[in-house]
Structure formats: C-alpha cells, structure tokens
Design a protein around this ligand. Sequence first.
Ligand code: AMP
Length: 215
Amino acid sequence: MKVMILLGAPGAGKGSVAEQLKQSTQYAHVSTGDMLRTAVKAGTEVGRQAKSYMEAGELVPDDVIIGIVRERMDADGQQACYMFDGFPRTQEQARLLDTALAQFGSEVNKVFQLDVPREILIQRLTGRRICTQCGAVYHVINMPPRVEGACDTCGGALIQRPDDGIDVVENRLDVYQKQTASLIDYYQAKGVLVSIDAAKHVDETKRSIMESLAE
Ligand code: AMP
C-alpha cells in the first residue's frame, strides 16, 4: 500500500490537483469530504451523523471518519495506492491512520502541504460553484461557465456549496488553523513533508507534486 496525503486549508486546491493527478498516476483519490457528502445525500447513518457538523464548518468526529476510511482500505486490500484529500485533519486521525497502515505493513510515504494565503482561500471558496447534476466545479471569476448558472458539460444548475458562504468559510479556515495545521509539524518530524506554493495555477501545483513523486 502506497500513501500520499494532500494537506492544506479548505480552498488550497486539494480536490482540483487530485483530479489531475488521478489521470497521470496510479493513486486512487480518496476525499473524506466527498464520501461524507455522498453519505448525507443518500441519508445513511454516517450521513446523519455528519450533516450538522458539515453545515457549520466543524469537523466530523474522528471515530466516524476513521470508520469510513478503514472500510475503504479493507475493501481495497494491500495493493492499493491512496491519495488522501482532506484526511487526516486531526492528530488523532493521523495516529489512527499510522496504526491502520502498519497493519498493512505500510506507512505514509509523502505529505504535500499546499500553501495558500488566507485572502486567496476566501476568494476561491466563496466564488466556487458546483454542478448539481455531474459535480463539475466552476468559479465565478477564475473559471466561469459559458452560460451563467449552467454547467458547460451537462447543462445542470450550478449552486454554491452550502458550506461555501462567507461565515462558514471563515469558520472552516479557523478550524483548519486550530485542529489541522499542527499536522504539518507531525509529518515534518517524520521526514515526509513537502511544502508547495499552491497560490498559482493548479497545473504548477501538479508539476511540483509529480517532480517530487519521481525523486
Ligand atoms: P472538504 O470537502 O474536505 O472541505 O470537507 C467538507 C466538510 O466535511 C468539512 O468541513 C468537515 O465538516 C467534513 N470533513 C471532511 N473530511 C473530514 C475529516 N477528515 N475529519 C473531519 N471532518 C471532515
């Protein structure tokens, strides 16, 4: 099992670069945020447990998160290569991931910290729009659709994610600083951290990550 982690605040571009890396590497993209949104939509038990935390921009409890990640790893087995996006987000999740990986005789190989100034994060998040039908992501300024409010690919209606409004965004960024940012030191101490300036275009971020993976 090979594992890389995309670590960074909401809006740092973890999901966008993961979509691109998926095309050029053998890593499977595992986003706990996407898994939780799917669970909320489907109305599963996990979805019911996660919904109110997500709406407020707070973290979903560690045991719920570890449960869904474990389930995924058990299903995929030892040969899997993972690109975790938005996981781990707490010291406890990081420790439990290490324990789970050790059971597969594996460990975290690389952690890419995507560094972006707060003003840019806020601009990226509050301007983000997603397609209600196919999930495609747009931005009102950086990547507007051809027709306002409609998806270029499938014509579906574009909406703002419920947690991308300014108040919840501010809270999500504070939660990142309080509960997640210390993972930078955790992984630096393990010698697996690579910091990347991710304020530029996603292609640049992808190139830096590919170079590091090739080392
Ligand atoms: P994301 O799409 O990664 O920004 O995640 C959206 C929301 O899902 C977050 O604001 C949290 O409420 C929840 N979430 C996603 N991943 C995690 C995680 N690893 N730990 C706790 N909560 C999470």
